[in-house]
Design a protein around this ligand. Structure first.
Ligand SMILES: [Zn+2]
Length: 465
């Protein structure tokens, strides 16, 4: 009984961290002015001769288009972020900083969407008016069941843990002899080989600490010893335990931890080495916002954007106030038409088929307004740069099967690999190239905000009706 190697595994579920940035647009976009030669009523008025010399920048291309509709011929509104570039991951270049430094008005979406903003403004220096288009809008809360956090069956949980256990060399780490001398694991997640100490009864034991960046469920898998988890001197009971038979693991736990330090007591092991595998079961959401910033995917929210932009421009350029007022009213009328048009189109989809699976959490407002249910997202975040854990992917597959969702919708530039994998497991179809965070150039399929919305709705209706 002293021969089996005790393997404690802390789960590293990062195996699926494929470069699935939800908004990972191509990195070499061709910037095109967002106000090029409009011919249709939904387009921004042609920038003839601007009668004001105010320099106005809008962070995103769709926002520049919206603002251009308010500015009309009086001002030219340029986009800071080039067409096709993911605003979530945007990093301003020195040239971008200069453009901001030269601007008198900067229009942003706000609500935490522009993560680069504070540093950009600091680097640009000087003074300018910053118009937060979404000011006054209330962030939605994720609805029950939207996050793919369904309870996995024991078999699926075991499969997820075992799947994550393979292929990685463990990092060596010592353990402390007592809880107070516990050593901290070199990392919040991963696979570790822990050296234990022989006890009076012939078994081996050790104490380690785990530093967690964020609160949430963690998966910890161990072999044939015993694991006790505590936080702030309080024992944390396992929410779930599964029996494992893979990679030396015999037991997997799901424990809910707070942000900070957790104490792990490893006792009753049969050899002096334990391998420990740990990972946040909730995936790795590296970007945290106060809420969901994707307001613009419901045109009713854009009415608020327009009002804020109108008021901001009027303040910066008081002699243009009447123009901005008239332009804003005309554009708000178009947004109301767009809202009606979308509602009408969506009627073609039977209510029970209004199910959205998307690559990241951007469609919440649209879903709320037009009666879609968000079945799940591949990326567990309202931002990008996050990867789903194996458990989350398994949960999403379950959600898709249970809800009988018909299609996964991917935003332009998304790596379709994970979506294809999910499609293979579920038979769901993959619809690519939705335009949500950037409009296209004038020759593209979505050269204005309104056309972007129409294009997306047509794609949703075609796939789901
Ligand atoms: Zn987004």
């Amino acid at each position: 009984m002293f021969h089996s190697i005790s393997i404690l595994r802390l789960l590293a579920l990062a195996l699926l961290s494929l470069s699935l940035a939800a908004c990972a647009f191509p990195s070499t976009p061709t910037p095109v002015p967002p106000t090029a030669a409009p011919a249709q009523p939904t387009r921004a008025p042609a920038p003839t001769i601007a009668t004001s010399t105010l320099k106005v920048l809008a962070a995103e291309t769709f926002l520049a288009d919206i603002a251009q509709n308010v500015a009309g011929n009086r001002l030219k509104v340029d986009a800071l972020i080039p067409i096709g570039v993911d605003p979530h991951g945007f990093e301003p270049t020195p040239a971008d900083v200069r453009r901001v430094a030269d601007s008198q008005v900067l229009i942003v979406n706000g609500a935490g969407f522009e993560e680069f903003l504070a540093k950009l403004l600091e680097n640009a220096g000087g003074k300018r008016a910053v118009i937060e288009a979404s000011a006054g809008l209330k962030s939605r809360e994720a609805k029950e069941g939207e996050e793919a956090k369904v309870e996995l069956s024991d078999a699926d949980l075991a499969k997820a843990i075992c799947g994550a256990a393979g292929g990685e060399a463990p990092k060596s780490a010592p353990s402390g002899k007592t809880a107070t001398t516990a050593t901290t694991l070199p990392g919040e997640e991963g696979l570790f080989a822990i050296t234990l100490t022989k006890q009076a009864d012939g078994t081996f034991a050790g104490y380690i600490k785990l530093e967690t960046d964020e609160a949430g469920d963690f998966q910890i898998a161990i072999s044939d010893g015993k694991l006790n988890v505590a936080q702030n001197a309080k024992a944390i009971a396992a929410e779930k335990k599964v029996t494992l038979k893979c990679a030396g693991l015999t037991q997997g736990l799901v424990v809910e931890l707070n942000k900070g330090e957790a104490a792990l007591a490893l006792t009753g092991f049969k050899t002096d080495q334990a391998i420990v595998l740990v990972a946040p079961a909730g995936g790795h959401a590296h970007h945290h916002h106060a809420g969901d910033p994707h307001f613009w995917l419901d045109p009713n929210n854009v009415i608020k954007y327009v009002e804020n932009i109108r008021d901001g421009l009027s303040q910066a350029d008081p002699s243009g106030a009447a123009t901005y007022q008239a332009n804003a009213s005309a554009y708000i009328a178009q947004l109301k038409q767009l809202d009606q048009w979308i509602a009408e189109q969506v009627k073609a989809i039977p209510p029970e088929r209004r199910l959205l699976v998307t690559n990241h959490e951007s469609f919440g407002y649209l879903a709320d307004r037009y009666g879609f249910k968000i079945v799940g997202t591949i990326m567990p975040s309202v931002s990008t740069g996050a990867s789903p854990s194996a458990q989350q992917l398994a949960a999403l597959v379950n959600q898709i099967k249970t809800n009988k969702a018909k299609a996964i919708f991917l935003e332009t530039g998304t790596n379709p690999q994970l979506a294809k994998q999910i499609a293979q497991e579920t038979g769901i179809k993959v619809v690519t190239e939705l335009y949500t965070h950037s409009i296209t150039d004038a020759k593209g399929l979505a050269p204005t905000y309104i056309e972007m919305m129409k294009y997306n709705i047509k794609a949703l209706v075609d796939a789901l009706k």
